[in-house]
Design a protein around this ligand. Structure first.
Ligand code: AMP
Ligand code: MG
Length: 331
């Protein structure tokens, strides 16, 4: 059916979803842990399997943006005509690594929305995910397929390691191309707001929408504050081994013996790492994003005492990369 997954495997996965079971599947961002988004019982299983707090809402995956009004109730928007127009202006970004938050239709189980009245919807740009959604024929709620707070999975093997016993099946579509979770864009208020940076950048969104798009924090220098004191950010996406940013090291920083270094481009370091992963030979951010989570997991499996990670300018795709790294490095 697709390169890596057979028609039989897809049919079995869709049947598991119909029975209210959990299915892990590849998307272009990270692997998702899916359940029928209309079923409270099925969705509760996601929270149980991940150990996810019930106040953290899930993204609903659909096979076509044309279906959006089956799951979002735009009549409850601040301005239904304007929101429809905005969705139209974003249409070239679907399928893709962009989730849009809209007023929810009652078709979506309340557990998906963590009790709120909005829903995040996304059309994944991955042939296996799309084929699963079409075969199942309904909306699939899917957070990243990892135990809550650990690094998101970008291969089927990562899913097996973290949730292997807890899912009906894992569809293997190979490594994820983007490697970072989707951009979450809220269209709830008159000024659109990026709630979580991802591969679809704020510049791209402002260009498409022709209006200002707020960032995750409205304070002008929030990025700078975050860079200076990552401790202010909530810890998330985090390996077990402590993570520090290379830019935060000084000649006075006490360093342990066994250090892993994750580099975005070849460079001289102020210390000698035990193990190094080079994500790009030229600092290409798309390659950094695609390899970052795998590198963090690999470092975590090596019995190191510290992981030192390179940094980049927090602009464009760099905003999403630095967002994940600051959270991984938060204490
Ligand atoms: P995950 O799929 O694990 O990457 O997490 C999904 C993320 O999407 C959540 O942590 C929220 O940040 C965001 N999200 C999902 N649904 C909503 C919603 N209704 N309103 C705002 N943010 C949402
Ligand atoms: Mg997640």
């Amino acid at each position: 059916m697709t390169d890596t997954v057979t028609k039989e495997q897809l049919a079995a996965a869709a049947d598991a979803l119909r029975r209210g079971e959990l299915v892990a599947f590849p998307t272009e961002t990270v692997y998702g842990l899916g359940a029928d988004a209309r079923s409270s019982a099925a969705v509760r299983r996601i929270y149980e399997a991940k150990g996810r707090p019930s106040n953290n809402p899930l993204i609903v995956h659909i096979s076509a943006i044309a279906d959006i009004e089956a799951y979002a109730d735009l009549s409850r928007s601040f301005n239904p005509a304007l929101v429809r127009e905005r969705l139209q202006k974003l249409s070239h970004l679907f399928p893709g690594p962009l989730s849009v938050v809209l007023p929810s239709s009652p078709a979506i189980a309340p557990e998906v929305r963590a009790g709120g009245d909005t829903v995040a919807l996304r059309v994944p740009a991955h042939p296996v995910a799309l084929e699963l959604l079409r075969t199942f024929g309904g909306p699939v709620a899917a957070p990243s397929a990892n135990p809550s707070n650990y690094v998101s999975p970008t291969t089927a093997e990562h899913v097996r390691q973290g949730l292997g016993g807890k899912v009906a099946c894992i569809l293997d579509g190979g490594p994820c191309h983007v490697g970072l979770e989707s951009t979450v864009l809220s269209l709830i208020n008159p000024t659109p707001q990026v709630l979580r940076p991802g591969a679809v950048t704020r510049d791209q969104l402002e260009g498409a929408l022709g209006c200002t798009v707020d960032g995750p924090n409205k304070q002008a220098d929030s990025e700078l504050v975050a860079l200076l004191s990552p401790g202010l950010l909530e810890k998330h996406y985090s390996p077990r081994t402590p993570v520090v940013l290379n830019s935060a090291l000084t000649s006075a920083s006490p360093l342990p013996e066994r250090i892993g270094a994750i580099l975005f481009s070849p460079q001289q370091l102020s210390f000698t790492p035990t193990h190094t992963v080079l994500l790009s030979s030229s600092g290409e951010l798309a390659a950094v994003a695609a390899g970052l989570f795998s590198a963090l997991r690999e470092m975590d499996s090596r019995g190191l005492e510290l992981i030192v990670v390179d940094t980049c300018e927090p602009v464009g795709l760099g905003e999403a990369i630095m967002d994940r790294l600051l959270r991984a490095a938060a204490r």
